[in-house]
Design a binder for this molecule. Structure first.
Ligand SMILES: [Ca+2]
Length: 327
């Protein structure tokens, strides 16, 4: 029902609202603006413990005149039982303090127990790969979380977690991303060793725990002068690559028997570069000013007189690494 002077209305929806074991919930915050002018709303969505899982404000909180808006986000929900999520929005200070026009909405998500004795993977996600320039190379870490669930009535022990060697980093390996085949010399991408955190652990009955798998990545900055060594790398900013790996582990529910478990994770991962890295690399190719100017790098680079030939070896082998590592 719309009150006499109500400026806006809100609702919160979730999908799905029921799970076995847990998983990813997609939330939709729906806002309707009854005013003849745009509204700027501020607020949050919190879980049953009052922890904020999503903040709303700025551009996202701007609702067009006489218009509606949906704000979507996802969140991982684990733990058997009912989980209540609450939305709060107001047109004043974003705080539930009686000041401004304030509205609440809520939605409930139920996680049901799963019966069985076998370990179950109930979710996974890989973070963006973010390259930064350190020690004369572009460095990043691929990081993926796998959520494991214990459906049994006993405590479950997990150990001997390992990633199989035949993993794939998709297009990141052959450097043929959105801008077309890019001619980066072979051997530019180096990978380290997979680590798992934690290495072994217990999961309580009907509970979920996550493992983080990490792989260090490095793209060497030393490339013979082509006028654009790292410019090829920069071309990947905002591109996606497909990551695939298989992990194995052993688990036991305390009866002295150990079982082998294996699963394959496949995800699309966004590749991003540190803003200063991008700025410097675009400068290298001569069109920095129109791309993504970074205040810091502009000042420093201005000092270094950028009329320098972008292909000059002094830039590649000394100046650029110096700037990148000291900004
Ligand atoms: Ca308020």
């Amino acid at each position: 029902m719309v009150g006499a002077f109500q400026q806006f209305a809100v609702s919160l929806e979730a999908f799905p609202t029921e799970f076995e074991g847990g998983g990813t919930v997609w939330f939709t915050v729906h806002v309707k603006n009854f005013e003849k002018g745009a509204l700027s709303l501020v607020g949050f969505v919190e879980d049953e413990e009052g922890a904020v899982i999503k903040r709303i404000g700025g551009f996202e909180g701007r609702i067009p005149a006489n218009g509606e808006k949906n704000i979507n986000f996802s969140y991982k929900v684990y733990g058997v039982g009912n989980h209540t999520f609450k939305l709060f929005l107001d047109n004043y200070d974003g705080k539930p303090n009686g000041e401004g026009e304030e509205h609440w909405a809520e939605v409930r998500v139920e996680v049901k127990p799963v019966n069985g004795t076998e370990l179950k993977q109930v979710g996974f996600e890989c973070d963006d790969i973010h390259f930064d320039f350190k020690d004369r190379a572009y460095r990043a870490s691929l990081s993926c979380q796998v959520y494991l669930y214990n459906p049994s009535s006993s405590k479950m022990s997990v150990k001997d977690i390992a990633v199989e060697d035949n993993y794939s980093l998709g297009q990141l390996e052959d450097f043929t991303l959105a801008l077309g085949p890019l001619d980066v010399p072979h051997g530019s991408l180096d990978v380290g060793k997979w680590t798992t955190t934690p290495e072994e652990f217990d999961i309580g009955s009907q509970e979920a725990k996550n493992i983080t798998f990490s792989l260090p990545l490095e793209i060497s900055s030393y490339v013979p002068i082509s006028g654009s060594d790292a410019t090829e790398v920069v071309g990947k900013d905002g591109s996606y690559t497909e990551v695939t790996f298989t992990y194995t582990l052993g688990y036991s529910i305390g009866d002295g028997k150990w079982y082998h478990y294996s699963n394959t994770v496949r995800d699309y991962v966004k590749i991003t570069m540190d803003a200063k890295t991008i700025a410097a690399d675009y400068l290298l190719s001569g069109f920095a000013a129109v791309v993504r100017p970074s205040t810091v790098i502009e000042v420093k680079i201005g000092f270094l007189k950028l009329s320098i030939d972008p292909g000059a070896i002094i830039w590649n082998s000394f100046l650029k690494p110096f700037i990148l590592e000291h900004t």
